[in-house]
Ligand binder design. Structure first.
Ligand SMILES: [Zn+2]
Length: 395
């Protein structure tokens, strides 16, 4: 009963807010401090999410989730994310082919624009390695523009395709030096606030070829670039870590320590590699990622936070045999010692075609705005799902 009164009062309030801001820039409305709790009472129209976390398991298609569940728990449907209420299937192709790489796959999610393989958040007018296309505005840039705190975490090089598509624009994913330097020249806001990834050696070499380096960038921009999570002082609220390897679980918890203090909410993207060219490694990564996601889920308030899980593209792995109680990856050790560079890998119960594949990947969602994930859709729809969850308009 009480809530009905609140609802009516609130609707009047919302109408007034909308009327007052209808001719003002979208920003005025978007950055207003309306708490989600006030908006959520509007019947049938849940209020906006305050925080969004996008978990990307690189190359984790439906079959990888299935196999990771069996490997880690002995049964299908045992991953935490497989209990989330909202499921869709996301189509990942670039504009001109059927099979996506990480660059196109993540760019499409982050910008709502499908492009070409190899291209980082530029339109399909880009020619890989030769000509820039129009930069396409990323969700992270939208979030920065509106004053949210932002974070990007990767188990891979922080300038590799998947993390790069959140903050950079480049005609070739291979240009990791150029991509990395874009962290220090953001187009919106003050750039990514928390950056935790690997790739120290590769990025360092490419920076050298551009006649710069970690030290030089750090000094020019007054932003230290640490070699490990442990080296970050607690007083640094905008840390960049480029390590040789990244502990994604710790990185995510460290990032949340900072992001959860944001007065306007946050956007966090976490990538964990789940390519199953080495099935033991890839499936274990997926299972570990799922455990991390469960920890994050326990730490956030799903009334004001949207959690999304997806992949940038799928991969050729298939469980085609085996029995309950048997080892899923029987035959793995023998393959690992003798034939680990074969393209087609025939284990006892698992067949691996060591390549990306074209079929749709799962999208799972829980929390504020998650109901927008449903049915089959192109991966560009995820851009709209996230913007809609925030209640923001497309530029
Ligand atoms: Zn990928």
């Amino acid at each position: 009963m009480g809530s009905r009164v609140v609802t009516k009062t609130f609707r009047t309030g919302l109408a007034a807010v909308l009327a007052a801001t209808s001719s003002a820039p979208v920003l005025a409305q978007d950055t207003s401090a309306n708490p989600a709790s006030a908006l959520e009472t509007e019947a049938g129209h849940p209020g906006p999410a305050r925080n969004i976390i996008l978990f990307v398991a690189d190359a984790a298609g439906v079959s990888v989730l299935h196999a990771a569940s069996i490997l880690a728990h002995g049964e299908p449907l045992s991953l935490n994310i497989q209990r989330w209420p909202h499921l869709g299937l996301s189509e990942t192709s670039p504009v001109d082919e059927f099979v996506s790489d990480s660059a196109n796959g993540m760019s499409a999610i982050m910008t709502g624009v499908k492009t070409r393989n190899g291209v980082i958040s530029q339109g399909p007018d880009a020619v890989r390695g030769e000509r820039d296309g129009a930069p396409t505005k990323t969700l992270l840039e939208y979030a920065e523009e509106r004053g949210l705190l932002t974070g990007v975490i990767s188990s891979q090089s922080i300038a590799d395709a998947t993390p790069a598509a959140t903050y950079a624009h480049a005609n070739d994913r291979g240009k990791q030096g150029e991509i990395f330097t874009q962290l220090f020249n953001p187009r919106f806001g003050d750039g990514v606030d928390v950056v935790f990834g690997a790739g120290r050696q590769r990025i360092g070499e490419q920076l050298g070829a551009l006649e710069t380096g970690f030290e030089q960038l750090a000094q020019e921009h007054g932003r230290p670039i640490y070699t490990s999570l442990e080296a970050v002082p607690e007083t640094n609220r905008h840390p960049i870590v480029v390590a040789e390897t990244m502990d994604v679980a710790r990185a995510t918890m460290d990032a949340l320590d900072i992001l959860q203090s944001s007065p306007r909410g946050y956007f966090l993207v976490v990538e964990w590699d789940a390519h199953t060219d080495d099935p033991q490694e890839g499936l274990q990564n997926m299972a570990d990622f799922d455990r991390l996601i469960a920890e994050v889920q326990a730490r956030v308030d799903l009334d004001d936070t949207l959690l999304l899980f997806t992949a940038d593209h799928s991969f050729g792995l298939q469980v085609d045999g085996g029995s309950r109680g048997e080892e899923l990856l029987a035959g793995y050790d023998a393959w690992k010692t003798t034939g680990s560079d074969e393209v087609i890998v025939r284990l006892d119960h698992v067949l691996i075609n060591d390549t990306h594949s074209a079929e749709e990947v799962p999208v799972l969602a829980i929390g504020r705005g998650g109901e927008r994930v449903s049915g089959y859709f192109p991966n560009t729809h995820l851009f709209d799902v996230i913007l809609d969850a925030w209640g923001w308009r497309h530029d």
